[in-house]
Design a protein around this ligand. Structure first.
Ligand code: AHR
Length: 516
């Protein structure tokens, strides 16, 4: 297409630390995320976990796949469901757990029953926290603000973090776990500004007032916990909430964004595999950037520029139609989009140190399960590119010169002009001797040649390329062909500080270099 695409990277320029909490995820009782997803309820033809007594009930393949995703934070049990979740229903011996109706997802008029099946509560607090330990992720619990009480939330903090001399610490020990779990991140309410949420608060002042009651009771049990307040894409809401809560009682404000998203009770073709949707997604990262910048301005306006409060983007992802959520296989297009947005999070992690893809398994999930195995979607593979092949310091002085494209509106994504075909981030390790350059070609059909100029880092000739791509952006991994799309690794031995590379259409490529 063109030979004029040029990227220059000045490795000697300032570096910005990337918070690893941007590689986080989320689970709730919705569709088959937990039941028949993370936790095996119906019989499956794969082995279950046997070596961790608390996790008996999980599939080995799911546990292994989640471990390999190297999540830093895992949020539970909602989402919307958190505002109807009573944690005490899901502790103690398995046969004593309370069988409940899904009072959020199972109560949506006109929704198919698979969205909110009854809940057996076999996967509760101990199972979730043990899973987090097993996979090395920090747990993040959202308390029940909508239909719960500050006391119930405080009891949960004590169950998780209290010593065995406390009432709920003793109960935890009776249930098999003496050592506190030490859960640090706690959210108070989810999307509580929305009419759909049990406990809906129309006025931010009212939310802040009740939030403080929760926060104070919870911190009486553990003063060291970090608290997440519910934010919104509305400055008046965010500023009023933060001003009324005050710096001392909040550590993060949450925001959510799903794209391209079709609201209402629409069902239909699950995945719009067409060029218009493809390009709209490829052009949509400014929406996420704006969400972060707007919320950041709200923090400063409410609490001043020295505030310690940061943004938790605790739900984000590709979601096409509201009702089509139970099993959500993703294609390459979605994987490329995920990489674009993770690059955005890398750039903005000083303002937004945590981001949780929603959700982990089946329901808008990175991993899809069936009785015989797993589908690791291109979204999963995009996360792997970051956690396995990028480093924790972003190089700030990086210039991309390339051709651009224009797009049309698609659902919630507005039209856009002059969108670059190529995105690039470069990251380096703390020692400064390992460099990773990630390049995305968003072009629908054309490979692009680029000239790459690296200054201030003298690379060895040997390097590694890792690539996420397939023949079409609309290809999937499926039960019939589970590994059609996979990360391809290639060793190279002709690296130079100035080189030309070909980026295939709709691809993500990472070049890993070592210093001479
Ligand atoms: O992730 C699915 C749902 O989307 C969450 O429960 C809710 O917070 C959001 O609206």
């Amino acid at each position: 297409m063109t030979n004029e695409n040029k990227i220059s990277i000045n490795v000697g320029s300032p570096k910005k630390p990337i918070d690893s909490m941007i590689y986080s995820n989320f689970v709730e009782h919705l569709g088959e995320c937990i039941q028949n997803g993370l936790w095996a309820y119906d019989p499956v033809n794969v082995p279950l976990v046997t070596d961790n007594p608390v996790l008996i009930g999980m599939r080995q393949d799911v546990l292994q796949a989640v471990k390999e995703l190297k999540l830093t934070v895992l949020r539970a049990f909602g989402g919307c469901y958190s505002d109807v979740y009573h944690w005490k229903d899901a502790i103690g011996s398995r046969d004593s757990r309370k069988f409940v109706k899904n009072l959020h997802w199972g109560a949506i008029e006109g929704a198919p029953p698979e969205i909110g099946p009854d809940i057996e509560n076999q996967f509760g607090t101990d199972e979730f926290l043990t899973l987090c330990e097993e996979i090395g992720a920090k747990p993040y619990l959202n308390v029940n603000y909508g239909t719960g009480t500050p006391e119930e939330a405080a009891d949960w903090v004590e169950y998780c973090n209290g010593s065995i001399d406390t009432e709920y610490g003793a109960l935890r020990a009776k249930n098999g776990r003496k050592e506190p779990y030490n859960v640090k991140i706690w959210g108070i309410a989810n999307e509580i500004f929305g009419f759909w949420e049990p406990g809906y608060e129309k006025l931010p002042e009212n939310y802040a007032k009740k939030y403080l009651k929760f926060a104070k009771k919870m911190r009486e049990k553990d003063p060291t916990i970090k608290l997440v307040a519910c934010g919104y894409e509305n400055s008046n809401w965010n500023r009023t909430v933060l001003k009324n809560i005050g710096e001392e009682w909040v550590d993060y404000i949450s925001i959510h964004r799903y794209l391209p998203y079709g609201a209402g009770k629409v069902t239909g073709k699950k995945h719009p595999d067409n060029q218009r949707c493809y390009y709209a997604l490829m052009a949509s990262s400014p929406l996420i950037e704006n969400d972060i910048n707007d919320t950041w301005n709200d923090i400063i306006a409410a609490l001043g520029k020295n505030s310690h409060v940061r943004i938790a983007f605790d739900e984000w992802g590709v979601w096409y139609l509201f009702m089509d959520i139970v099993k959500t296989n993703y294609n390459l297009q979605d994987g490329v989009w995920t990489a674009i947005i993770l690059m955005t999070f890398q750039k903005m992690s000083d303002k937004c140190p945590m981001a949780n893809w929603a959700q982990l398994v089946n329901c808008i999930g990175t991993i899809q399960t069936d009785p015989d195995g797993l589908i690791l979607t291109p979204v999963y593979l995009a996360f792997k590119l970051f956690v396995d092949h990028t480093y924790n310091n972003l190089i700030e002085n990086l210039n991309v010169n390339c051709e651009t494209f224009d797009t049309d509106k698609f659902r919630r994504i507005p039209k856009a002009n002059n969108v670059p075909y190529i995105d690039c981030n470069a990251t380096i390790n703390d020692e400064g001797n390992k460099l990773s350059i990630m390049l995305i070609n968003k072009h629908f059909t054309e490979p692009l040649n680029i000239t790459l100029e690296i200054e201030g880092f003298s690379p060895k000739e040997q390097g590694v390329l890792v690539e996420l791509n397939s023949q079409s952006p609309f290809e999937y991994n499926t039960i019939e062909n589970r590994n059609k799309i996979k990360l391809e690794h290639k060793e190279i031995d002709d690296v130079k500080p100035n080189m030309t590379l070909e980026l295939p259409a709709h691809s993500v490529k990472v070049i890993k270099l070592n210093k001479k």
